[in-house]
Design a protein around this ligand. Structure first.
Ligand SMILES: *Cc1c(COP(=O)(O)O)cnc(C)c1O
Length: 498
């Protein structure tokens, strides 16, 4: 139907931002691509992270660029001042926070997506079908029924916020979107464990409930929510006239990777008529691993699941995701009539549920493409094996910690996160973490567990190997001994590069 009537030679206009000389652009672009590939292929040759020198920070601070600059020059500045001082999560020695490592495949897919420059807010085009296909795959993997819906978002912070809003509309009815929370909304209470991620209380704040409306329930020794305490709090709240409407369970707490008893919470929520949401930011993708999936038993009963493909899924940032069991409830929380968003029977404005009906964003990028490439190129089995291996590496680190009298394990190792410390005080352990980060050998982070500062290693990157764990342990011992004036000097193994 669409006859191509363009002359490819025509249309060269001085007003356009296209390159004046395509072959020159092509040559430079190929070099950039080669450099970007080399950057990943040779990542071990670099420090994991390095402090930003003052000159570098100063160099980037310029007046707003009014005149044009050569692309080659801008690229040079990027290579010198930006690329070497990134977070470091591409590097196998990065274990600081729960950050994915990304892949070369994901990088290329991101470039292809930028080339299409698709807007996935709505309308009838294949990029949206790609996103819908991933929703369908996730629906199947998590055992959700037909009619479930899903959407890509920035990250799990946003997905958790959206889940609060869907649960709110579900309990108060769609009119609450018009009238606001009102007196009924003021009585709504939500529940999560004390080990839940901070974005959950922030979601309650942003959604207008206030953080006090989130009841923080005690955890057991393994950092799992105390389900009996949860039940008791719900009863107390009901007796006081509150309306419990949402429980957010954690599938992989950010501190130690604990997974709440999802089945028990599902049953409790069903009895009580409460929305059951799972924050599975990284842990939910354990569903990819047949060995780990049983830990998520009960997740199929959730009303909604938030997760990140950019963590254990190794998709480049950002690629958060929300899955909702009842797609109609999901739509009712966000869909909005607007003349410029009207749906037509045919043409580009065809199609029924558009992604803009399922979340706050209208313009949306093609996050689904890098996820689609990642899932297809590697396959769920291989990605699941990467996830299982990071748990095995955490166990290996646990073994090394337990075997060394200078080190102390501070929490059980449930999944891929190990919290430990050098046997000395909090202040010194804090210094050890910063020493190691600045050394470029590894990037651990710090957290506080039961009042004690812990060195935290979250193993997420698919490139991390035993040698990287060894390098971390040696560095902790080396800097620990140095800081405590200990006589034990342990030779650090060479950087994992050698
Ligand atoms: C990372 C994380 C979040 C926040 O996700 P973002 O993608 O950073 O917004 C929420 N919950 C848990 C358990 C996490 O690990």
């Amino acid at each position: 139907m669409n006859e191509v009537i363009r002359n490819p030679q025509a249309g060269v206009s001085t007003g356009s931002l296209d390159p004046q000389d395509w072959s020159e652009f092509r040559a430079l672009a190929h070099r950039m691509l080669d450099d970007a590939i080399d950057g990943i292929a040779n990542v071990r040759a670099r420090p994991v992270w390095q402090p930003i020198p003052d000159e570098v920070r100063a160099a980037i601070r310029t007046e707003v660029p009014r005149e044009a600059t050569d692309l080659a020059e801008v690229y040079h500045e990027f290579s010198e001042h930006v690329a070497p001082y990134a977070t470091g999560n591409v590097h196998p020695g990065f274990m600081g926070w729960v950050h994915g490592g990304g892949t070369a495949v994901g990088m290329i897919a991101e470039m292809l997506a930028a080339g299409l420059n698709a807007n996935l807010g709505g309308r009838d085009h294949m990029p949206i079908e790609v996103e819908r296909q991933i929703v369908e795959w996730m629906r199947g993997l998590f055992g959700f029924p037909k009619g479930a819906s899903g959407i890509f978002v920035t990250g799990t912070s946003m997905a958790n916020l959206m889940a609060v809003l869907v649960a709110r509309t579900s309990v108060l009815g769609a009119l609450a979107r018009q009238h606001g929370l009102g007196n009924d909304g003021a009585l709504l209470t939500a529940y999560a464990s004390k080990a839940a991620h901070g974005c959950i209380s922030r979601a309650m704040d942003i959604a207008g409930f206030g953080t006090d409306a989130l009841r923080r329930i005690d955890v057991d020794a393994d950092h799992r929510i105390d389900v009996a305490a949860l039940r008791a709090q719900i009863t107390v709240d009901r007796e006081s006239g509150f309306r419990p409407f949402l429980v957010t369970a954690s599938a992989g707490t950010v501190d130690i990777g604990a997974i709440d008893d999802l089945r028990a919470i599902a049953e409790l929520c069903r009895e009580e008529g409460i929305w059951f949401h799972v924050d599975g930011a990284f842990g939910a993708l354990a569903i990819f691993s047949p060995g780990l999936a049983p830990l998520l038993d009960g997740i199929a009963l959730a009303d909604s699941i938030a997760l990140d493909f950019h963590k254990w899924g190794q998709v480049p940032y950002d690629a958060g995701f929300l899955l909702v069991r009842d797609g109609e409830r999901h739509r009712q929380a966000f869909a909005q009539p607007a003349a410029y968003l009207s749906r037509e029977a045919r043409g580009l404005a065809a199609g029924t549920v558009w992604p803009c009906d399922l979340g706050p964003d209208l313009s949306r990028g093609f996050r689904a493409l890098k996820t689609w490439f990642t899932l297809k190129t590697f396959g769920i089995e291989r990605l699941g094996a990467v996830i299982a291996r990071s748990c095995a590496l955490a166990k290996y680190l646990e073994t090394r910690v337990l075997a060394d009298p200078r080190l102390e394990l501070l929490a059980p190792v449930n999944l891929n996160i190990v919290c430990f410390r050098y046997r000395t005080d909090d202040a010194v352990n804090r210094e050890i973490v910063a020493d190691i980060q600045e050394s470029g050998i590894a990037v651990p982070s710090g957290t506080t567990l039961d009042g004690k500062f812990a060195i935290r290693a979250a193993i997420v990157n698919h490139r991390t190997a035993e040698t990287d764990i060894d390098a971390l342990v040696s560095a902790v011992i080396k800097f620990g001994a140095k800081r405590t004036g200990g006589l034990i000097e342990v030779e650090a193994p060479p950087l994992a590069t050698q």
